[in-house]
Design a protein around this ligand. Structure first.
Ligand SMILES: [Zn+2]
Length: 131
């Protein structure tokens, strides 16, 4: 493998892992809002305690949680480790798929894994709640 191909492969892998983690972030949002009958689009992501609209630092998957030390930057309420763990799970699922299956089928399997995680985290609780 030439070094150019290796660089492109590594860049695509990093990009796909980031996208999977952003999907994880959206799964967290859906898991929070759908059971309450709230919109997935509006209002913008905000702290449930103080109402502050989340900024770009808050929204970086996993790293945002670490940078904020697991708390809202304004009111200090605990965010809960479940959110970054789910984002990390989606990233790890994508990375593992890419490592074992390559960029083509690995991306497909990683996307399927993220979809499965979303179904388990959002869909099953809604079904159990009878919605
Ligand atoms: Zn807050």
């Amino acid at each position: 493998m030439s070094s150019e191909v290796a660089i492109i492969s590594a860049s695509l892998t990093a990009y796909l892992v980031l996208v999977a983690m952003l999907v994880g972030s959206f799964i967290n949002l859906a898991a929070d809002r759908l059971p309450r009958g709230e919109s997935l689009i509006r209002p913008r992501s905000h702290c449930r305690s103080c109402g502050r609209v989340l900024d770009i630092t808050d929204l970086i998957p996993v790293a945002g949680y670490v940078l904020r030390r697991g708390r809202c930057a304004t009111c200090g309420v605990a965010i809960g480790a479940g959110s970054p763990l789910l984002e990390a799970a989606c990233g790890v699922a994508m990375l593992g798929s890419l490592v074992f299956l390559g960029l083509g089928w690995g991306a497909v399997a990683g996307a399927a894994a993220a979809a499965f995680i979303g179904l388990a985290r959002v869909g099953l609780p809604l079904v159990r709640a009878g919605r």
